[in-house]
Design a protein around this ligand. Structure first.
Ligand code: NAP
Length: 459
């Protein structure tokens, strides 16, 4: 699979990491560290050639005022300084080059560096709090050390999350976008007249999109953002009055055609009905948004509700992806968005069956992402966190422990991820929560944490 670099300007997190590496190499590793290695006793010393006297004075002032361990320089402290000078210094130089030039071999060294840095800083802070040279000004020392705690955590998160942190797959649409240039160069050589083939969102995913579950919340937002991109829409939900009203609004705001279908997506024949009623139009995109989410103890719900959840959340999206996708196979383009959830990556008490149906969508989308991209079809699952929709509000959580996102941001991030990633977690704090739950905690602990969170929200 061919890959292309993601420009540094689109990797804002990496710009921050680069600034962190630069600050370390310019002010810490070969200034503060050198002072500590060549001046064993800060009360009796002569100024060395390096670092400059002002830097030496500043380091000593900091030590005397806030940080007694820095003045006492016990053996364990010196070990951390030697690690910094011998390993971290050269690492920063190589890493700055690698991050700037998108060299992905720096991924594992970055994880090792960040883990050792995190260990060092944890040892230092432990000593600062409880050791023989505990600081009398803990809040100031904690604050000063915070970047050396947060950046390593972020670097581990960033490098662990993806095996290709600096590049992305070259998709069929990239190749199509490159086609005019290739044609132009062929034309220059062979005098062939170039044919303009700019690929827009509409070309990739149009002319028609089906949004299943479009009357409210995220589904209505998908419909609005797809309409703004010029796609004609088939809007599906049970509440015909709501989808009809949305259709009228979108037709007045955008030059598009809109059809509405009032169908219960839990019905066994829902997907075949939709396939039949859209036989005359070319569907490039499917957004499956509808879901049944029954909140409460497992046995408090009738078995029928659990089965209905499976029909609405698993059976019908599978059938629609299959039936509409088959028609698309010859087109060599198209898109599928399946709505999953942050609850999909571990068991989630009080919504156990719902979370399991969302896991189904996530895994289905990931598999299809790889399988269908050869056919030019982009697939992604949206693992949304709490989102401010009528359904979310109706579930009346007593408390919320995470930030609640606006539907417009969730949808914009998901559509931007289409063609890039098999799944997307919209929102920074959701991404951090997902990283902790998936990568740092054991599954057992993750389930326990989710249980506490859900009980706090709904009990
Ligand atoms: N909101 C959140 O916090 C959150 C978090 C994570 C994931 N998600 C996921 O995001 C998606 C959208 O959630 P949401 O909060 O916007 O609202 P929602 O109420 O779950 O569903 C939104 C749409 O689905 C339609 N729908 C539901 N069941 C249907 C059925 N049996 N047949 C036809 N249409 C049906 C609803 O229309 P009608 O009622 O008119 O039929 C509505 O238009 C869901 O898949 C959900 O699991 C949401």
């Amino acid at each position: 699979m061919q890959r292309k670099d993601i420009p540094l300007t689109q990797r804002r997190g990496d710009i921050a990491i680069l600034a962190f590496f630069l600050i370390n190499i310019l002010f810490i590793t070969y200034v503060v560290d050198i002072e500590q290695l060549i001046i064993p006793d800060p009360t009796h010393f002569t100024y060395p050639i390096w670092p400059p006297p002002t830097a030496v004075d500043a380091i000593h002032w900091w030590g005397h005022t806030f940080d007694p361990a820095l003045i006492a320089r016990p053996v364990w402290w010196k070990v951390t300084i030697w690690i910094d000078a011998l390993f971290f210094g050269p690492f920063y130089v190589v890493a700055i080059y690698a991050y700037l030039k998108s060299k992905e071999w720096i991924r594992i060294p970055s994880i090792i560096y960040a883990s050792v840095m995190l260990t060092n800083v944890t040892v230092i802070l432990g000593e600062e709090m409880f050791g023989a040279h505990a600081t009398p000004n803990l809040p100031v020392v904690l604050l000063a050390n915070l970047p050396w705690l947060l950046f390593p955590i972020y670097i581990i998160y960033r490098m662990w999350r993806s095996s290709h942190p600096f590049t992305q797959t070259i998709t069929q649409s990239d190749l199509r976008a490159a086609e005019p240039n290739m044609q132009a160069s062929r034309a220059a050589v062979g005098k062939i007249k170039p044919r303009p083939t700019a690929v827009s969102f509409f070309d990739k995913y149009g002319p028609w999109a089906v949004v299943a579950g479009a009357s409210a919340g995220l589904g209505a937002e998908y419909a609005t953002q797809l309409a703004a991109k010029g796609l004609n829409l088939v809007l599906i939900a049970r509440r015909a009055d709501l989808v009809d009203r949305l259709a009228e609004r979108l037709k007045t705001e955008y030059p598009i055609q809109v059809r509405t279908l009032s169908i219960d997506l839990a019905q066994a024949d829902a997907a075949s009905l939709i396939a039949t009623q859209t036989r005359d139009i070319e569907i490039g995109m499917l957004v499956y948004d509808a879901a049944l989410s029954a909140v409460g103890p497992f046995f408090a719900q009738p078995l029928e509700t659990h089965l209905r959840e499976i029909d609405t959340n698993c059976r019908t999206p599978l059938m629609l992806a299959y039936l509409l996708g088959q028609r698309r196979a010859s087109r060599q383009r198209g898109g599928i968005v399946l709505m999953s959830s942050l609850s999909a990556t571990q068991g989630t008490p009080l919504i156990s069956n719902y979370a399991a149906t969302k896991a189904y969508n996530l895994v289905l989308a990931e598999g299809l992402w790889d399988e269908l991209r050869e056919q030019g079809v982009d697939v992604t699952a949206c693992c949304a966190g709490s989102t401010d929709t009528p359904n979310y509000r109706a579930s009346t959580p007593a408390k919320n422990f995470t930030s609640v996102m606006a539907p417009s941001s969730v949808v914009a991030e998901t559509l931007a991820a289409l063609g890039r990633n098999p799944s997307v977690v919209p929102g920074r704090s959701n991404r951090l929560a997902a990283f902790v739950m998936r990568r740092l905690l054991s599954r057992r602990l993750a389930v326990t944490v989710m249980g506490r969170t859900l009980r706090g929200m709904y009990s």
